[in-house]
Design a protein around this ligand. Structure first.
Ligand code: MSP
Length: 654
């Protein structure tokens, strides 16, 4: 992703108002904010958009459940998002709401254009609809003929008159676009998924509903008042209505978007529907659609019902907003899922920020004060540290590319490489020895080198940690802005002569016990539970305070040998396989096992496994599971426990 255009348009998804903001929303927004801040610092004219997605049946139902009108309810939750982004100092230029009059006008205009050019026609739609995902599915996509492949909830059959968008007409054009624009979808691995999906064939898309009211009406010229627009058509259009499309067109010169940041769950809408709509409207296509992974908690999807949703405000309040920003963008490679844990967050703060960055500044403050009354001159660097300086400059010359590919973790890793060079320069240069030997110039050169590396890092880290890096820069006698960016990064210049200011530590060590937020308490409780379970497993002695079980208790669990006679993947599930296991009973047992990451159906067919045979049946993705497989898991993955020699199906283990 190169910055060829001076105008840069960056967007987040617009968030549904059926839920309050959580860490997943904060992640998308923080990435977008960081890119926007970087682009502004680099001198580009940035327009950064976020907002809320307020129409559709889901919102109508959520409002009803609370005894509110959809508008009242949308106002309330939209405000929660806006407030959070304001508290998080998100540098958005516009907060759009799909209930804004000018947005709705723009959507109607777009519908009219697509209708007039023959891309929209009227027909009857019959399909399986998931209210929660606001999506229709074909029969083959459903799990067990009924359940939504995305969320596992029950779908309903809907038959209604509908307007359709000729998506099928755009299949080849879309494929051409992906082919000719290798960076259209980021990370690049996601592009192949999209290409395969499109190659399988695209059906025309139903884009209006008559079964509910809460949506944008069709344009008056079409005169069909019982229809409202499909929420995804309405929502996607926000990216151009925010620039004035269909209204005053005030900011349309920001189009096309440099990047639409989204989560991987909504890639299909952004990488297929959206470009097809744009082609139909005769508008240019975005430069990049960038899809990040999913944040989980202890490996599980976050949801209100599980009570494991991480509240971003609570985390930012407890650990510092900018530390939280750094953690999110450093911890997970873009596009991959990441598990949120406060332990990992504390480690990043204490180690990367406190030890690597903060201590380096403290060392420089200490030494420059002690030896040179805080006054530093850079003119000896080229004599004594030319190699280190060249190495640092070479690393930093290439980091921008990582950011534009949204590989924020790689970008930060590169910055940290320069901090290691700085630390090493002190350890080998030993300014304290040089001072004793009367080699003041050499000591000064080492201190100046390190201060200059810190200055460059302050600039490049600024979009991630805006206030902290200004404090760091101030301690080094400068301010981070476009001018210092050009001087220190683009032109590889040095801070020539400057005075260091003593400031309090930037990253005081976080002692865990000080943070007793509800989330920490919950995590500790969870950890305790896990430890207890592990201790039980290891069967520690009674003296150590761990419960031992009796042989009778052990035999309450019926363990049996089984033979896998059928194995297949559960459609749309990343983890699950559906097995039919012969336990010597009348009928094989159906077992839904979360082992797809490690085993394919072929690996399992006609092999033996060990099964917990007297578990209460449970439902997973709408399918009954009548047992559990025994397996062992460590850092290298999971493996099944199997009998050493074949045994009759149903043989007891114990
Ligand atoms: N309203 C649609 C987007 C329309 S854009 C034209 C929507 N809204 S959402 O509120 O459900 O999700 C918004 C974003 O939050 C998505 O990009 C989604 O991927 C992200 N996240 C929601 N939960 C998440 C996690 N647990 N982890 C990471 N991001 C996830 O979809």
């Amino acid at each position: 992703m190169s910055d060829t255009c001076k105008k840069v348009y960056i967007t987040t998804p617009i968030y549904y108002v059926n839920d309050v903001p959580h860490i997943g929303h904060a992640y998308t927004t923080i990435i977008a904010d960081t890119l926007a801040r970087y682009s502004r610092m680099a001198g580009m004219d940035v327009f950064f958009l976020t907002g809320t997605d307020e129409h559709g049946q889901k919102i109508e139902q959520a409002a009803k459940a609370r005894g509110k009108s959809p508008q009242e309810y949308a106002d309330e939750i939209s405000d929660r998002f806006k407030q959070l982004w304001d508290e998080f100092e998100i540098s958005y230029d516009k907060f759009i709401r799909t209930t804004d009059a000018d947005h709705m006008k723009g959507v109607q205009k777009a519908f009219e254009v697509m209708y007039n050019n023959g891309d929209i026609y009227k027909d009857v739609y019959r399909g399986h609809y998931c209210v929660s995902c606001e999506t229709f599915f074909t029969e083959t996509q459903l799990v067990d003929d009924e359940f939504c492949p995305e969320c596992g909830r029950s779908t309903t059959i809907v038959e209604e008159e509908s307007y359709f968008f000729r998506l099928s007409k755009y299949q080849d054009k879309l494929l051409e676009w992906y082919e000719s624009h290798p960076e259209s979808i980021l990370p690049k691995s996601k592009r192949n998924e999209v290409i395969n999906f499109v190659k399988n064939g695209l059906d025309d898309l139903s884009i209006t509903r008559t079964s509910f009211d809460w949506g944008v009406k069709l344009p008056e010229s079409i005169n069909d008042p019982k229809h409202v627009m499909y929420v995804w058509l309405d929502a996607l259009m926000n990216y151009v209505t925010a620039l004035g499309y269909g209204d005053d067109e005030a900011r349309m010169d920001y189009w096309p978007a440099k990047v639409h940041l989204i989560g991987k769950d909504i890639l299909r809408f952004h990488a297929i529907y959206w470009p097809a709509f744009l082609m139909s409207l005769g508008l240019e296509l975005p430069q990049h659609v960038a899809a990040h992974g999913w944040w989980t908690r202890n490996g599980e999807k976050m949801s209100k019902s599980k009570g494991n949703v991480v509240n971003p405000k609570e985390i930012a309040d407890a650990y510092g907003l900018e530390n939280f920003r750094y953690f999110m963008l450093r911890e997970v490679p873009f596009g991959q899922d990441g598990d949120f844990s406060q332990r990992a967050l504390i480690d990043r703060i204490n180690s990367d920020l406190g030890n690597d960055l903060g201590n380096l500044l403290n060392r420089i403050i200490g030494m420059s004060g002690k030896y040179f009354d805080f006054n530093v001159k850079s003119d000896g660097i080229k004599t004594y540290h030319a190699d280190e300086l060249a190495e640092v400059n070479a690393i930093l010359a290439n980091v921008e590319e990582y950011l534009y590919e949204i590989q924020t973790n790689r970008y930060l890793e590169e910055l940290w490489k320069t901090l290691r060079i700085a630390n090493k320069a002190i350890d080998t240069g030993m300014p304290w020895t040089k001072m004793k030997e009367g080699k003041e110039d050499e000591a000064m050169a080492t201190i100046a080198l390190v201060a200059n590396i810190l200055a460059k890092v302050a600039v490049l880290l600024h979009p991630f940690m805006p206030k902290t890096t200004q404090k760091l820069a101030k301690a080094l006698g400068f301010e981070v802005n476009h001018e210092s960016y050009v001087k220190l990064i683009k032109n590889n210049e040095l801070l020539e002569t400057f005075t260091i200011e003593k400031i309090p530590p930037l990253f005081p060590r976080i002692e865990e016990q000080l943070l007793e937020t509800p989330a920490v308490k919950e995590e500790k409780k969870e950890e305790k539970k896990i430890k207890k379970q592990e201790a039980k497993k290891e069967n520690k002695s009674e003296e150590s305070g761990v419960n031992l079980i009796t042989i009778d208790q052990f035999f309450q669990t019926q363990l049996k040998v089984g033979t896998v006679i059928e194995a297949e993947e559960v459609p749309k599930s990343k983890k699950l396989l559906k097995l039919q296991v012969d336990l010597g009973e009348e009928k094989p047992r159906q077992i839904i096992a979360g082992i797809k990451e490690w085993y394919s159906p072929e690996d399992l067919k006609n092999t033996q496994v060990c099964v917990v045979a007297n578990l209460k049946p449970a439902k997973l993705m709408g399918m009954v599971s009548e047992g559990m497989l025994l397996a062992a898991k460590d850092d290298e993955g999971l493996c099944l426990i199997r009998p050493e020699k074949p045994r009759k199906p149903g043989s007891a283990i114990g």
